[in-house]
Ligand binder design. Structure first.
Ligand SMILES: [Zn+2]
Length: 82
């Protein structure tokens, strides 16, 4: 099994240099969706095609369509997400 890269949690979405994952509530559905800001290029997109385990492991692997960043990731502090 591949080693997982730990993806930090974004604390300040307004800071473009604060990169990692964050929960954002969809204004239409009221569902909270996981977004990832690419650590390399900063592109922000919803991880709608991914499943996240209770331990924060993301499946399938994370692939940035903008820059090609590709990792097997685990979301830091996922267990404590509200
Ligand atoms: Zn990227």
């Amino acid at each position: 099994m591949a080693a997982h890269v730990t993806i930090a949690k974004i604390e300040d979405l307004a800071d473009p240099n604060d990169r990692g994952w964050i929960l954002i509530q969809n204004s239409d559905t009221k569902q909270r969706e996981v977004y990832l800001r690419c650590p390399v290029c900063g592109a922000l997109r919803a991880m709608t095609d991914h499943q996240i385990s209770a331990a924060g492991v993301v499946h399938p692997s994370i692939l940035c369509a903008d820059c090609g960043y590709h990792v097997f990731g685990r979301l830091a502090d996922w267990e404590s997400a509200p």
